[in-house]
Every structure is written in structure tokens, then in C-alpha cells.
Design a protein around this ligand. Sequence first.
Ligand code: AKG
Length: 333
Amino acid sequence: MDNNSLLDTSPKPTRDLELAKKDLDKFGFCFIPNVLIEKDLEQAKKRLVDQAEAEEEQGVSFRDGGVNQNIYLSGNKVNKGAFTLSNGGINQRLWMLANKGQCFRDMVVHPYVDELVGHILGKDFILSTHSANITKPGGVRMGLHTDQWWMPQPIKPGDDFIRASEISRKASDSFLKPDTDLGISPPVVANCMWMLSDFTETNGATEVVPGSHLTGAHPNQEDQSIYPVKQAVSKEGTLMVLDGRLWHGTGANTGNTDRLGVLTTFCAPQFRQQENQTIGLDRKLWDSCSNKLRSRLGFKVWNAYGRIESSVEEMIEPEPKRIGELFPKKLKH
Ligand SMILES: O=C(O)CCC(=O)C(=O)O
């Protein structure tokens, strides 16, 4: 690892976006304090807490982070009731936040997102996942991972390689110890963590390994005891932006309060979104979505990708005109 000196240090919170971009380049993450304040912060916090309570009441809540949670039935098959309170889940996850409040839709098009995610991914990027993670007392650490674990590693011409669809979350040797003489992959994902409560050492503040985005390596899922992990401790209202290659994960909540975090994850437009935002968007919201939001949700065609029929349309419609199986007139009677 060339970046040993970075592993002892973390960026300082800054409102200077040029400094924040330098932190992203150097450490793989940055902190902007007070991005959400007063009314905006209170509204987002209340919307999240109310939604979480209602999802629990209505039996649609998703829980993970339980110490004894049995997730797999056998092999890789996920047990249907795996992510519930009754199966020992503790932390509450909420998905598809684009449907769950204006405050969440505003995060997707926030000017700081344009600047900082744009610094990582360029001017065109799309929403991959918009989720919340409420860590609760007793929730265990998630484990370090990158947000682009599926990105193929560079190879030597003619060398064998892992077939792209066979890359798994459990990193293989060539991901754990890559040949960095071949270079490393660039970031194709960027994540934004909106801290809606203070993130502290005891309430599950995100774990990070500063500088790990430049190692070309992925963290070992079996044993992470040797990694120089830091916790992303900061005040409520802070926006933390992460390079998709940074090793990170939810911390353990050993305290007695909830940690409220919203994760707005973006990818470059040629990659598949984790949540299917275009099908998933509540149609009732369409008219109120700006073009910028529609583009970020994935309705904008990128170099003919994501289109339906002709590539000349810049945007696709939520209810597109579909051309089905047709026959020439001479065959119709
Ligand atoms: O909740 C956090 O602190 C990080 C969550 C995370 O890394 C993930 O969901 O992939």
C-alpha cells in the first residue's frame, strides 16, 4: 500500500468545496458541516423517524445488524423473513427514499451533490440507491466493503480474468491483493451520507479506512482485524461524501441512542442502479419532478443507453409508447 501515511489521518470538516475535493482525492471522503440546518434538518429528521415508525407498524420494515440474525437458509439463498425484528434484526433500513418525502428528493439534486459527486463521476450521474440506515443500540458492525465491489480489476493483455458476472461480494484473491503495476480502477460510484443526528463513536458512526480508495484492493470479508479503521464522527447536519472505492461500513451501536443516516448513492450512467428508480418512482410524483431530478433518477438517455426505441429522445417517459409485434398491411384482414 503506497498510502500508509494517509491511513493515520482523516479530513477535517470544511465548508470550502475546493478543499473538500482535495480531501476526496487524498482520503477518499470529505465532511461538509451544517449542510442541513434548522428547519431543513428538523423536517428531514421527522420525516425519517415517522416513515420508519410507519414501516414498522405496517409490517414492511427492513432490519439488519442483529448479532444472531440468521440470514441464509442454505448456500446463498436468503431466508424470506431474514430482515425482520422477529428474526433478530436491529438496525432499520428504509429504501427508495425518492418516494418517501420532498426532503429526500431535494437531497438527490442538492448543489453540493452536483459539485462533490460531480468531482468524482463527472457531470452526468444517476441515483443508484436512496436509503436510510437507522442504527439502533445493539446493532453490530456491518463490515468494511467498497460500493463498487463488482467493478472488474485491470488485467494484463491475454491473462485470464474473473468473468464480470461472476464477481462476488466476497472478494477473490485478485481483488484482495491486486497487481497495482497494472493500475487501479477509477471510481464509478460516489456515496453521500447525510447525518441527521450526531455520528458518535458509540452510536454506529460509519467506519472508514482513509486512503483505501487508492490501494486498488478490496477488504477481506473474513478478517478485518488488521485494518486501520477510523470512525466518521461528526455533528448532525453534516454531509459526508465517499469515493465508491473507499473501504467503509456501518459501525457498531454500543450506546443507547439511534443514529440517523441517509445514504444517497450515485453511479455513472453506464452502470446498473441498485434500486430500479425508473420503475420504482411513484407515478403520482412525476409531474412535480424537475428535469434535473428525472435525469438523476435515470430517465435521461446516456449515449443511447437507457432508451426505449429510438435514441433521439433525450428523456424516456414513465409510461412510454411501446411498439409491439407488428405486421405489414398485406398480412392484416
Ligand atoms: O450506515 C452506514 O454507516 C454505512 C452503510 C453502508 O456502508 C452500506 O449500506 O453499504
